[in-house]
Design a binder for this molecule. Structure first.
Ligand code: NAD
Ligand code: TYD
Length: 343
């Protein structure tokens, strides 16, 4: 079995590669990643020497390079993690989100059509459903919830999902889609809420909470997401969408307070800043389908997962300190330097 994992030098893709190489010693895993600011080759150092692993530095938008890779590897399965993934960046500059997330998906699926494939799996997000109101805790996203996006990021992911379903209906491509809630865990790029707060708190820097910090996300430990995708690509029904979520809703401010407590840092570091434009209020997944069809359930409780995550950031300072001392610093200054509340 040969699996091409795109975006495998990023947060979830790298965790997925570790999971697969560990669990299936006879599988060949090929990582296709063009190493944007979010891709980090050092993340894959533990598997670089593994004879069952190959890294290829190319973009999923490069048709020629993608076709060449299919000719070389004859993959059975494609798992597409490659994407521009940060909502704030999509608000500043939507275009690259359209190129990578939509066109890149089309190129990969064209390759699948041309060379034949057992499964194309699209890693999507609960953000395609838009948001839920805070005063309706009875509402959850199911696979039937209409697509109703808010940000350029979620719109580009939704467009890709529709294209994936269209390639299934029109060309009979054997596809599956998973829509997962917010992940956390090792190798999470420090521009996202949890790793950003851990890194800032460790450096005694302000902790920038957007708006009132009341927005709710449904947090899932990354390993549980990887296990769900593993189940879907092996046992999921072709043409189907599967929601993945942990029934673990928390407000942003509660998350930040937990991080302060775990690190022994004062809550006075918390700084309320100007809100994100179009900020989604609440995400909440109903994972009944993947549970009843494939037997998936989240295994890591948030109380344990956040401790493991914080320990990982303490034990792997070099990984994130290298990131925040480089090019990312310019982004941070641009994004937060002029933000109301941080001035
Ligand atoms: P990430 O930003 O950490 O990593 C993205 C990876 O894709 C990087 O390694 C980057 O170099 C690579 N990449 C970007 N453009 C590329 C291109 N044109 N060609 C090849 N590689 C390219 O993202 P992540 O958080 O690991 O998310 C992975 C996927 O999961 C994304 O599709 C995202 O939409 C989805 N998702 C993420 C979350 C979350 O909480 N992080 C939740 C649900 C779904
Ligand atoms: P993020 O990690 O960017 O994920 P997403 O927007 O995909 O859910 O943000 C999670 C939540 O945290 C979101 O409601 C925005 C908020 N947030 C802050 O309050 N401050 C920050 O500095 C960041 C990056 C996010």
């Amino acid at each position: 079995m040969t699996i091409i994992v795109t975006g495998g030098a990023g947060f979830i893709g790298s965790n997925f590669i570790f999971h697969m190489l560990d669990k299936y010693p006879d599988y060949r895993i090929v990582c296709l990643d063009c190493l944007t600011y979010a891709g980090n080759l050092s993340t894959l150092a533990p598997v670089m020497e593994n004879p069952n692993f190959r890294f290829v530095k190319e973009s999923i938008t490069d048709r020629e390079a993608v076709y060449k890779l299919f000719e070389e590897e004859h993959p059975d399965i494609i798992v597409n993690f490659a994407a521009e993934s940060h909502v704030d960046r999509s608000i500043e500059n939507p275009e690259v989100f359209l190129d990578t997330n939509i066109k890149g998906t089309a190129v990969l699926m064209d390759a699948c059509r041309k060379y034949g494939i057992k499964r194309y799996h699209q890693v999507s997000t609960d953000e395609v459903y838009g948001d839920l109101p805070l005063d309706r805790p009875d509402l959850f996203f199911t696979e039937e919830t209409p697509i109703h996006t808010s940000s350029p990021y979620s719109s580009s992911k939704a467009a890709a999902d529709l294209l994936v379903l269209a390639y299934h209906r029109t060309y009979g491509l054997p596809v599956t889609i998973s829509r997962c809630s917010n992940n956390y865990g090792p190798y999470h790029f420090p521009e996202k809420l949890i790793p950003l707060m851990i890194a800032n708190a460790l450096n005694d820097k302000p902790l920038p909470v957007y708006g009132k910090g009341e927005n709710v996300r449904d947090w899932l430990y990354v390993e549980d997401h990887c296990k769900a995708i593993d189940l879907i690509i092996h046992n999921g029904r072709v043409g189907e969408v599967y929601n993945i979520g942990g029934h673990n809703e928390m407000t942003n401010i509660d998350i930040v307070k937990i991080i302060c407590k775990e690190l022994g840092k004062p809550e006075s570091l918390i700084t309320y800043v100007e809100d994100r434009k179009g900020h989604d209020m609440r995400y909440a997944i109903d994972p009944t389908k993947i549970h009843s069809e494939l037997g998936w359930l989240p295994e890591t409780k948030f109380a344990d997962g956040i401790k493991k995550t914080i320990k990982w950031y303490l034990d792997n300072k070099e990984w994130w300190e290298t990131i925040i001392s480089g090019e990312y610093q310019n982004y941070y200054d641009e994004m937060y330097g002029s933000r109301e509340g941080m001035k």
